[in-house]
Design a protein around this ligand. Structure first.
Ligand SMILES: [Zn+2]
Length: 267
């Protein structure tokens, strides 16, 4: 029966009186305002040691020793800390509870690829787990659901933030994989965008993988553009949607709107 499932969704996502997904509360707007200021500082003033140290201090208050950091002198490690700090507070708290549910779960940051991150943090168990997989040896970041570990490397893969991307996979898991729920917006939004061929292949993959990756990278784009009046288009473009290609404007806008309004409702 669907009832228990829907009850669970009612707790997880804010909806208005007609059952639609509601926009953020005023608390969410405050977070957005703080985020906006912080992001501005990040781009204009660069990543000063002072800024990442403050970011780590705030993260430490939420994650405790579930946040593990090596190679702090690496600018990309510092950026990872600043990016994680820029996520909304309620999302961070939700993640912290999720990580605490498994011994050894948490956010691991270090120089290199995911496999180097495992090595730097002495996680032979995770090296053994992913070594046999094609992606295991080359992935820049990786979230492993059984162990609830988000490994955040520093090699630039072209995405806006490996740290937020991997944290978003963990958030997807913490919320019961909304990306895989056909009744929630991410699944149909990606399906429709795939049909119209406006997604980068990585976000258009079949069997739910495209939805999972669109959730993660869409979340990064949402954090980046959430205060931008053109955020719908920019979020969609972050997933590969064509820029200015005639005839696709409505579909691009629709994809971005469905994703951004969905992320607005996450608590
Ligand atoms: Zn991913």
């Amino acid at each position: 029966m669907a009832r228990p499932k829907l009850a669970h969704l009612a707790r997880t996502y804010k909806r208005d009186a007609r059952g639609r997904f509601a926009r953020t509360s005023s608390a969410g707007s405050d977070t957005a305002a703080i985020l906006g200021r912080r992001k501005e500082g990040r781009h204009r003033a660069g990543r000063t040691p002072h800024e990442y140290e403050q970011a780590e201090q705030r993260l430490r208050a939420v994650y405790g020793d579930r946040l593990r950091v090596k190679d702090r002198d690496d600018p990309a490690v510092q950026k990872a800390l600043i990016d994680l700090d820029a996520m909304p507070e309620d999302h961070k708290r939700r993640l912290a509870r999720h990580f605490a549910g498994v011994e050894g779960g948490g956010l691991l940051i270090a120089k290199g690829r995911a496999i180097d991150v495992y090595k730097a943090h002495g996680r032979q168990d995770l090296i053994d787990q992913v070594w046999g997989h094609r992606d295991g040896q080359i992935a820049l970041g990786m979230y492993t659901s059984r162990t609830r570990v988000a490994a955040i490397g520093t090699i630039d893969g072209g995405g806006a933030s490996t740290a937020q991307h991997e944290a978003a996979h963990a958030l997807d898991h913490a919320l019961g994989w909304p990306s895989q729920n056909r009744k929630l917006p991410v699944w149909p939004a990606v399906k429709q965008a795939r049909w119209h061929d406006i997604l980068h292949w990585y976000f258009a993959q079949e069997h739910g993988k495209g939805q999972q990756e669109s959730f993660a990278e869409g979340y990064v784009q949402w954090n980046k553009h959430r205060d931008d009046p053109n955020r719908n288009r920019k979020i969609a473009e972050g997933l590969g949607a064509p820029n200015g290609k005639t005839g696709y404007d409505a579909e691009v806008e629709r994809l971005g709107r469905r994703l951004s309004e969905f992320f607005d409702t996450l608590v």
